[in-house]
Design a binder for this molecule. Structure first.
Ligand code: G6P
Length: 585
């Protein structure tokens, strides 16, 4: 989703801004722009498409500037709607959504002001200009007081070439300080790459940024001291190396993600909490939600504690009824997903203990939660999540074992240790899946079927294929197909069937026969050797404790999505209309 970068200091701003924007490219965007201030004038370059298009504009003079990658919400992706927005003496970049933008825009129109874009963001520049009577900081404060919704903004004023102002409200913003230079960015990589000290703004906080120092303010505009956040060099952008795409590289990294996640110490202070937990709620979005669906089976099987899995954007507006002694797991790769953060906040307000399951240290969700458990997938660049899903499962399986133990049930922890080597074998075996992809590129729709733990895998397999190949598809409980969707199954709808649960295998095979009888070709992914010859297209993957099997069974489906997308000429790392980090509702 949108990315912000701002720079002020001894160096020329434009190259730093472009490099920073490139490091935020993984978030997903459709247009980009920069504004550089020199001699009291802004030079603005905007382009639809990639950041590299901005480089063609040549080097822009000036030591202070702001840049942005935009993911369209209000107004189509276009040069005109790209940020920065300049109005009067001000240039603004904005992440988030202004909920009262229509009313604010109407006010501006009443004042006779003309708009250059269809965005909600442009009103911010108008309101700052309107509030400006010579004091830059005061004008920003007065304008911000009128905004409602979520925003992170960076602002320049042509009267103040030596400073930049940043404000955060429900959308992440990091300030970086270095030797006679400073930056602001929506995400750490842009700042980490410059080796700067990083400070994370909290909601309501702002910063007056100069090359030789930054003053932070709380929501009441009082100056405050802030501690810098630590980050590892992994915050710097990983390289592709021998791989054609990050997605393929990240799938190859699954075994490492799983083993590192399982090695992570589990806080012993959670044991008391687990003993008293009577119900688990998992809230998440997208792939993280699917990890919850798949992990529910492991938690309920091993610990016999009931689990409800909720889509965070539904949970937050459902007036949820949480049982006493409820424990909420908010699962998120980025830790910045707006709906998941809101769901976690609501759960806390309702008295639940919230554990964040996140991949990014220091992310916003960790600030909301009572505890954070970290997946150690490492940075994930490809927009569609892969290795982070497997790491979430590994962590949730470990959680299931600890909960089982806290409930006095025996649990085979050793079986967890095998998962990483088994994942490595599954990655190897799954190379064959490239042969299947040709049949999928011609599909009208693709079905993914599974029962029990396999249902979560089916959902994720379908989402991956949709996200990056743009083929319609559905993940379905194998037993439910006959209640409607079977009407759509035929020769042009390949059906991928997951079969890893012995007790449900014959039931799932009924669905195989049903779809084959309608002319569909079945592609079977199974860990059950008895079914190795069940269909003409069968991939046998390693077997493990059956409730853990999604962590392995999803690998061929991730690769199937990858190879299908590549065969169709899609860029799997940057799918259309999809952002890595969805920081708006
Ligand atoms: C976006 C991403 C998905 C991700 C989802 C939730 O839709 O494109 O890959 O699964 O957000 O993100 P989170 O960071 O909360 O796991």
């Amino acid at each position: 989703m949108c990315g912000i970068v701002g720079y002020i200091g001894r160096r020329s701003a434009a190259p730093v801004l472009l490099e920073g924007l490139k490091r935020l490219e993984y978030r997903g965007y459709d247009s980009a722009g920069i504004a550089v201030l020199q001699g009291g004038c802004f030079t603005v370059v905007k382009r639809k498409g990639r950041v590299r298009e901005l480089e063609r504009a040549g080097n822009l003079e000036g030591n202070v500037g702001i840049g942005h990658t935009r993911w369209a919400t209000h107004g189509a992706p276009s040069e005109r709607n790209a940020h920065p927005h300049v109005y009067g003496k001000f240039a603004v970049v904005h992440n988030g959504i202004l909920e009262n933008f229509a009313a604010l825009k109407e006010e501006c129109l009443q004042r006779g002001e003309a708009f250059a874009s269809e965005t909600d963001s442009e009103v911010i520049a108008h309101f700052i200009a309107h509030a400006y009577h010579g004091d830059f900081l005061q004008a920003v404060r007065d304008a911000v007081a009128r905004l409602s919704g979520s925003f992170a903004i960076a602002v320049l004023c042509s009267d103040y070439p030596d400073c930049m102002i940043a404000v955060r409200e429900k959308s992440p913003l990091i300030v970086g300080t270095g030797e006679k230079e400073a930056m602001v960015a929506s995400d750490l990589p842009a700042i980490a790459a410059e080796g700067m000290r990083a400070y994370s703004l909290a909601d309501g906080e702002s910063a007056l940024i100069r090359a030789d120092g930054v003053v932070f303010y709380d929501s009441d505009c009082h100056p405050i001291e802030k501690n810098s956040v630590s980050y590892s060099c992994e915050s710097d952008a990983p390289r592709l190396g021998e791989y054609p795409h990050f997605m393929l590289k990240e799938i190859a990294e699954i075994p490492k993600s799983v083993s590192r996640t399982l090695e992570e110490p589990f806080p012993s202070e959670l044991d008391g909490l687990l003993r008293s937990t009577e119900r688990i709620y998992i809230v998440a979005c997208g792939t993280a939600y699917h990890s919850g669906i798949a992990a529910k089976y492991a938690i309920e099987t091993l610990a016999r504690v009931p689990v409800e899995v909720h889509i965070a954007s539904e949970f937050r507006y459902s007036d949820p009824i949480l049982s006493p002694h409820a424990l909420v797991l908010a699962v998120s790769q980025s830790g910045e997903t707006a709906d998941t953060i809101a769901a976690a906040k609501l759960a806390k307000e309702l008295g639940a203990t919230v554990i964040a399951v996140v991949n990014v240290v220091g992310s916003s969700l960790t600030e909301v939660a009572d505890f954070a458990l970290y997946t150690r997938a490492g940075r994930e660049i490809s927009v569609a999540a892969t290795k982070s899903f497997n790491a979430q499962l590994a962590l949730l399986y470990r959680f299931a074992c600890r909960l089982a133990e806290a409930k006095g049930r025996s649990c085979d922890f050793a079986s967890l240790k095998n998962l990483a080597p088994l994942a490595a074998r599954t990655v190897e075996l799954s190379r064959r899946i490239a042969e299947w992809s040709g049949d999928f590129t011609r599909a009208k729709c693709v079905y993914f079927l599974g029962r029990g733990a396999d249902y979560g895998t089916a959902l994720e397999g379908s989402l991956k294929l949709k996200e990056i190949s743009y083929l319609p598809g559905e993940g379905y409980p194998a037993g439910e197909l006959k209640h409607g969707s079977l009407a759509l199954v035929g020769r042009d709808t390949p059906v991928v069937v997951l079969l890893t649960q012995t007790a449900l295998a014959e039931k799932t095979m009924n669905a195989v026969h049903e779809v084959e009888a309608r002319g569909a070709t079945v592609y079977l992914v199974t860990s059950l050797r008895d079914y190795a010859d069940a269909t003409a297209h069968t991939l046998v993957i390693p077997s493990c404790v059956e409730c853990f099997s999604p962590v392995l069974a999803v690998i061929p489906l991730q690769l199937l999505a990858y190879h299908t997308a590549v065969s169709m000429g899609r860029d799997p790392d940057k799918p259309r209309n999809l952002a890595k980090s969805v920081t708006v509702e």
